[in-house]
Design a binder for this molecule. Structure first.
Ligand code: SF4
Ligand code: SF4
Length: 437
């Protein structure tokens, strides 16, 4: 009974802290702009392929496979974690063993995945600590980003060690008590021999220790994740679902501008929907982004795949698409609490577009979409870059000099070139002259 009370207490604290964190994060969503979600069947297909099937991660075959195995392993191991919560509250042992062969299969798969994840995490940590992988470096990758990644990997490592420990000592306890173990544990069965000489009391202690250590680690991890880049563990699947379904290079028109142009062409034009003038053109700060941009920022794994293929970054420009996402997340974290207290008009004198991301970065983008193509969680960085440029052009008249010439030509000549529309057919005059001679 004492174990149940302690467990319920730990669970309530975990859920309370998690709910408080999530409440703040979801409140930040309310400051962003609305964007309707359409094409649901297409989104389901994309989620199954990119998120569950991990299709984009395989561009780096070995590391991709290891990462995919970690993801799939977590899905299976989640079943065992749910069972631990039931056992902790009900005082039962292996409560879901009533599922019979399904249980045996899931336990065996989870046990094997625990060993695979353990090996994968050791490899990931080794690469991060002892190898110089270019995409893990960059101006945006501060020591805290690296510490964050290593801490999360260490958490996962300990989770797998304690899971295998729990299963191994469970088998030993069953052997001593003469009970038939519930479930099948192929890897733990191999580890079993290492601890056979231990006394029943020690075996019981280590079983209990691993059980508590594992579940408390899960509780702690769940509350650390929202403050870490590993929040993608929660966010990446929903992010893929809400991600872009239109072709990557497709540029959405701005409704407000389209409306103005149509009204200039036809003052009688009538439009459906809200005709109120927009409060802002483009993106100056986090309250101007739409909610999918913010979801993107929360889902960024900081893997650097986008930056590693960005032609601007490769050729030494300041732009890094990963930084665009990290800056958006950091800016919301900085400004969000102020907006909660003082409302969406709160200003701290800074802005995402300017204080975090410079004009030089924004204008370095070629809009090639290589970053979005590579991103394993379907983040679309160019759309946010484009909206920040739109703000610079439409509200600050701060386009680069070359573009200002183009804009002036379009305004005066109806084309990007410096020729009068009256001279447009001059090139053909000579042809006509030749024909008549
Ligand atoms: S779209 Fe822009 S940010 Fe993305 S890869 Fe191309 S140049 Fe880099
Ligand atoms: S935006 Fe995508 S590709 Fe780039 S670092 Fe984040 S998760 Fe990786």
């Amino acid at each position: 009974m004492l174990k149940q009370i302690l467990f319920a207490f730990a669970l309530v604290i975990t859920l309370a802290v998690f709910a408080w964190t999530m409440r703040n994060i979801f409140k930040y969503f309310s400051f962003t702009k609305k964007l309707p979600l359409k094409q649901i069947p297409e989104r389901i297909r994309m989620t199954l392929k990119v998120a569950i099937g991990q299709s984009k991660i395989f561009r780096f075959p070995l590391m991709g496979l290891l990462h995919a195995l970690v993801f799939w392993g977590f899905l299976v191991i989640l079943f065992g974690s749910i069972e631990m919560v039931i056992d902790g509250l009900a005082g039962s042992e292996r409560a879901l063993s009533v599922l019979g062969p399904v249980y045996d299969f899931l336990m065996a798969t989870g046990d094997i995945f625990a060993a695979i994840i353990l090996v994968a995490i050791v490899i990931f940590l080794f690469r991060r600590l002892f190898m110089h992988i270019n995409r893990f470096y960059g101006t945006e990758m501060k020591p805290v980003s690296k510490a964050d990644a290593n801490l999360a990997l260490t958490f996962i490592l300990l989770l797998m060690v304690s899971l295998l420990g729990m299963n191994t000592f469970y088998l030993l306890e069953c052997a001593f008590s003469g009970n038939k173990p519930e479930g099948v544990f192929p890897v733990s069965r191999l580890l079993y021999g290492l601890f056979e000489g231990m006394s029943p009391a020690s075996i019981h202690f280590w079983h209990e220790f691993n059980w508590w250590f594992h579940i408390l680690l899960i509780f702690a991890f769940a509350n650390v994740l929202p403050y870490s880049k590993h929040f993608h563990v929660f966010m990446s699947v929903p992010n893929v679902f809400v991600s872009r379904v239109s072709p990557l290079g497709y540029v959405e028109n701005m409704d407000s501008i389209t409306r103005e142009v149509k009204l200039m062409l036809d003052p009688q034009a009538v439009f459906d929907g809200d005709a109120a003038p927009p409060s802002r053109f483009g993106v100056a700060d986090v309250e101007d982004i739409h909610w999918v941009n913010y979801m993107n920022a929360l889902s960024c794994t900081e893997c650097g795949r986008c930056t590693s293929v960005c032609p601007a970054n490769i050729t030494g420009k300041l732009l890094s698409p990963r930084k665009i996402m990290m800056d958006t997340r950091a800016r919301m974290k900085e400004k969000g609490p102020g907006m909660i207290k003082k409302g969406v008009d709160f200003s701290d004198g800074k802005s995402l577009n300017g204080s975090y991301i410079t004009e030089e970065e924004l204008w370095a983008c070629t809009m090639c979409n290589a970053c979005a193509q590579e991103c394993p969680v379907n983040i679309h960085q160019p759309s946010l870059i484009l909206d920040m440029r739109r703000y610079l052009v439409l509200e600050k008249s701060a386009a680069p000099a070359g573009l200002n010439t183009v804009f002036a030509n379009i305004e005066n000549n109806g084309a990007p070139w410096q020729f009068s529309p009256h001279d447009r057919m001059k090139w053909a005059e000579e042809l006509y002259m030749n024909e008549t001679h």
